[in-house]
Design a protein around this ligand. Structure first.
Ligand code: A2P
Length: 404
């Protein structure tokens, strides 16, 4: 139930998830080592009978919705059914809000080594991100200034590049951060749709340099079980339409800013969004004499379904080492990013052995294990001590995994 507070009356510090900020990404439920977190079709909740306050779930949460606590009488702890019905967190009861000594958990977050494979801290040279400037109660409004299809007209997947402009409203972002979109309307039970999270595909200085705008890479999902509500809404937007936005979110999947830092980027499909943002930021700064290397592994079904294929291929070869893997090209063998990484094992190993290398993985959930196994295979076959290297990468904020 979170921390048990020793007082005359039986007060406990109950762990709760803010339904207004939560983007239902399932990270907390997957991270919880004792299955205290569950969800229904609407909310993610913490079972007070099971939670032991270990806070393994807190660092990986991309929005911070997980980091909410209420002092309650043990006998009046909120049940999971109470929490399923919430649209917002309840206020703290003043009479049981006695000042109590509880660990400053943000400072002593466990190095969740057993529960997450990637870093829970940002690279040392990352810029400081702003997070949660805009919430459900006070969202930002952005205007659509562009919406065009990235995939071939004949290709089955409809992936779009959508540009949102914030006008005079401050909306500072960094590469690797995400925003939440609130689609209009309600679900079948009459409640407002919850926010859907999208990675930002443009650099910090704007999709267009010097403009207060950003871009998203959105794949249209077929409607199934309520899925696809937001992606279809976004993909159908026209120039001039106004979108409700919350965020920004994310304070660890951020790029290093020291000039000799290398980026090893591995992605599939729309997981390319943060890679595009980082690559474009580096491209704009090329003239400043940065010496760090960029190596990209990018998987898609076919050439025509790989977002940003054209612009990517026109980047100078001495700027980025691009490696594509196509899984459904007629007449060709199926290839995943892992296959191409193994073909380039010597160069990947050289990067892995360099203390300036930062690894980013974004895309399908299914690829995460395969990519991690491939990194391990490459490390071991090049005499690198993988367990020690993996731990060091995590500790130093140099291994970032975001799969869905
Ligand atoms: P597949 O042809 O097997 O679906 P999507 O278009 O669905 O976003 O997928 C992007 C790419 O990621 C596709 O080439 C897809 O191949 C590939 N992919 C699917 N599963 C995995 C996996 N476990 N590891 C690596 N790539 C994968």
């Amino acid at each position: 139930m979170g921390a048990h507070i020793e007082t005359g009356i039986d007060i406990v510090r109950q762990h709760l998830i803010d339904p207004e900020i939560c983007i239902r990404c399932n990270t907390c439920e997957e991270t919880c080592p004792i299955d205290a977190i569950t969800h229904d079709g609407v909310n993610y909740v913490v079972n007070a009978q099971v939670c032991n306050g270990c806070i393994a779930c807190v660092p990986p949460c991309p929005t911070g919705a997980i980091d909410n606590w209420r002092n309650v009488l043990r006998s009046e702890a909120y049940s999971i059914d109470d929490q399923f019905g919430w649209d917002a967190l309840p206020a703290q009861h003043e009479e049981i809000n006695a000042p109590v000594e509880v660990p400053a958990h943000n400072d002593e977050a466990p190095v969740a080594s057993d529960t997450v494979g990637g870093s829970t801290v940002a690279p040392w040279s990352a810029a400081r991100p702003y997070v949660q400037l805009y919430t459900h109660k006070a969202p930002a409004l952005a205007t659509v200034v562009g919406n065009f299809r990235l995939t071939d007209a004949a290709a089955p997947s409809d992936i779009r590049h959508i540009v949102l402009d914030f006008g005079a409203l401050p909306f500072p972002v960094l590469e690797g951060q995400s925003i939440g979109i609130l689609p209009p309307g309600t679900s079948a039970d009459g409640r407002a749709h919850h926010a859907r999270q999208y990675s930002i595909a443009s650099p910090r200085d704007g999709e267009r340099p010097g403009y207060n705008n950003l871009s998203l890479t959105v794949k249209r999902v077929q409607h199934e079980d309520g899925n696809g509500v937001c992606s279809n809404y976004l993909c159908d937007l026209k120039k001039g339409d106004v979108v409700t936005v919350i965020g920004p979110f994310g304070n660890t999947f951020l790029m290093p800013n020291h000039p000799d830092s290398h980026l090893l980027m591995i992605c599939t499909g729309t997981g390319s969004a943060p890679m595009r943002a980082m690559t474009e930021y580096r491209r704009r700064r090329r003239a400043t004499g940065e010496t760090g290397k960029l190596m990209l592994f990018f998987g898609a079904r076919t050439r025509g379904e790989l977002p940003y294929f054209g612009p990517l291929m026109s980047l100078p070869k001495d700027f980025i080492d691009t490696n594509l893997a196509f899984s459904r090209t007629p007449g060709e063998a199926k290839r995943y990013v892992q296959d191409v990484m193994r073909e380039r094992a010597d160069d990947v190993a050289q990067l892995l052995g360099d203390g300036n290398t930062h690894v980013y993985v974004c895309g399908l959930r299914g690829m995460e294990d395969g990519v991690m196994q491939t990194l391990e295979f490459i490390a071991r076959s090049h005499s690198l001590d993988w367990p020690a290297l993996w731990e060091r990468l995590r500790r130093e904020g140099r291994l970032h995994l975001e799969t869905y």
